[in-house]
Design a protein around this ligand. Structure first.
Ligand SMILES: Nc1ncnc2c1ncn2[C@@H]1O[C@H](COP(=O)(O)OP(=O)(O)OP(=O)(O)O)[C@@H](O)[C@H]1O
Ligand SMILES: [Mg+2]
Length: 233
């Protein structure tokens, strides 16, 4: 198993954001985590990356417990989160943002940066511009490009389609399928339930921090509990 979470609990003072959450991702899978605002999706991803410390539970990556390891260490092992709201460095150029993605590496990342520019021609054209001038879609591409430079095995994406036009949402999901085709495993948190169910192999559904449904996306897409709560039917 590539990633396992065992009975993970995330608390902020009295708020229990994630309770007793267990899940797994096999190599080569696209897995989605769905749930309403405040369900605990971001908290779960942050605990998996190690940017918040879980109150309880265990995170296992590539067969080893990483619960006591820092976020940076986990990135070095190939566990990489593209955070909600992208969090690119707006006062740096596009190129320098990409360089930041490679900061933990000792080798020269320039060839891989060129490969990112080939994948995202819009970024290539704007390589010397400040990231603050990028459109929402371009910022999302930059955030993903930066994450790719840390050579992930498992990429976790927190609401990557937020704020994108329908055309860009299509392009983003095509990119996710392309990255998966190239060998990346993916954990996707999405508000766009339809697209997430169409793209992922399996899904976990959270409600108020608790796992309420899990299964293959094919099964869940026709599950009446899903339909009522998340598909608006
Ligand atoms: N830093 C924090 N301090 C206190 N409470 C927090 C903090 N971060 C999140 N919470 C609370 O934890 C719960 C889960 O939040 P979280 O951001 O994980 O949900 P989410 O499913 O990602 O929601 P959204 O879909 O709106 O992004 C919410 O009740 C939220 O208010
Ligand atoms: Mg969130």
């Amino acid at each position: 198993m590539l990633l396992e979470a065992h009975a993970l609990q995330v608390s902020y003072g009295p708020t229990q954001a994630v309770q007793e959450m267990s899940m797994h991702i096999a190599e080569g899978e696209i897995v989605t985590v769905l749930g309403a605002n405040g369900a605990g999706k971001t908290s779960l991803l942050k605990a998996l990356q190690g940017v918040v410390k879980p109150a309880r539970g265990d995170v296992v990556f590539k067969g080893k417990s990483v619960t006591r390891q820092s976020a940076a260490w986990r990135v070095g092992q190939g566990l990489v989160l593209v955070p909600e709201g992208r969090q690119i460095f707006v006062s740096l150029t596009v190129h320098d943002n990409l360089l930041m993605g490679a900061y933990t590496r000792r080798d020269n990342p320039e060839r891989e940066i060129e490969a990112i520019y080939e994948r995202f021609p819009n970024l290539a054209k704007r390589r010397d511009m400040l990231a603050s001038v990028l459109s929402g879609g371009e910022q999302q591409m930059l955030a993903i490009g930066r994450a790719l430079l840390s050579r992930p095995t498992l990429m976790m994406l927190d609401e990557p389609s937020l704020g994108l036009s329908p055309l860009l949402v299509q392009a983003l999901f095509k990119l996710i399928r392309d990255l998966h085709h190239d060998g990346l495993s993916i954990l996707l948190v999405e508000q766009n339930t339809h697209m997430a169910l169409a793209t992922a192999h399996r899904a976990y559904v959270l409600e108020l921090g608790r796992l309420v449904l899990e299964g293959s996306t094919r099964e869940l897409a026709s599950d009446p509990r899903m339909a009522a709560a998340y598909l608006g039917t």
